[in-house]
Design a protein around this ligand. Structure first.
Ligand SMILES: Nc1cc(-c2ccc3ccn(Cc4ccccc4)c3c2)n[nH]1
Length: 239
């Protein structure tokens, strides 16, 4: 899997050389390339923004540098196998399902906007050439797309076959298909007693049936308490 990042702050992506992602890069599972969008400007100030047409506050990212960067980094021929991700506050929700879909593609290009956003024609052009995902990380406001691109990267790459040492741990996580859309149950490890707080006895019983029931009940309880949006009537009935 090749990952490209287009940004006026390419240094954000130095972190991808650390930890598991670093190992994945070393063992050739992923190839990471960060690009400075200003490398495709031609004025002495390396300008990437301008005032919004129609007025309004803030600045908008000019389309020209993006187009020239696309030509050099991706190419000038349409290729639906290339997935281009635009993090955006007005994007579709980024979910585990989207992460799963992206984990099997060969190439992802992250376009990290700043200011008030990117000239919309850049996204329209990208849609005419490649497979585009305009995605939001959630209903909160970031200053740009870089942090979102890092979060999306981690969610996607950890699902790439061969990346995680223990793929079974993926199957048991919140939001993974096996969890029926429920939140993960509370986790404990040794010591059994810590600062007057004990591991629930059932988890030390060795009774796998009881442990499984306790975990399911906890997942249902937590989901109902914290994420009623995840518990549709069918799920409630089933639980
Ligand atoms: N989930 C999520 C994504 C973003 C995001 C993504 C890309 C950009 C590019 C510029 N900004 C700043 C911005 C703030 C508010 C309104 C418009 C633009 C971005 C924010 N915020 N929150």
């Amino acid at each position: 899997m090749r990952l490209d990042y287009l940004s006026i702050f390419p240094g954000y992506f130095d972190v991808l050389g650390i930890s598991l992602l670093g190992k994945a890069a070393v063992n050739g599972l992923v190839d990471v390339y960060a690009h400075d969008l200003r490398d495709w400007t031609h004025d002495r100030h390396r300008t990437v923004d301008d005032t919004p047409c129609g007025g309004g506050a803030g600045m908008v990212m000019k389309p020209d540098p993006w187009g020239e960067a696309f030509d050099e980094i991706i190419g000038t021929e349409p290729d639906p196998s290339v997935h281009v991700v635009f993090p955006s506050p007005s994007g579709e929700p980024f979910t585990q399902s989207v992460a799963h879909d992206l984990s099997s593609v060969e190439r992802i290009v992250f376009c990290c906007g700043r200011y008030e956003g990117i000239d919309h024609r850049v996204i329209d052009y990208a849609r005419s050439m490649w497979t585009v995902h305009e995605v939001s990380l959630g209903d909160y406001v970031l200053n740009g797309g870089e942090v979102a691109a890092l979060a999306i990267t981690e969610a996607v790459v950890r699902l790439v076959p061969g990346f995680m040492g223990n793929p079974q741990s993926l199957a048991e996580e919140s939001f993974s298909a096996g969890q029926d859309g429920l939140l993960e149950y509370p986790l404990f490890t040794r010591p059994v007693s810590w600062r007057g707080l004990d591991v629930p006895e059932v988890l030390m019983s060795g009774h796998h049936g009881r442990i499984a029931k306790w975990r399911r009940d906890e997942s249902i309880r937590l989901t109902r308490e914290r994420r009623p949006d995840l518990t549709d009537s069918d799920v409630s009935a089933r639980h």
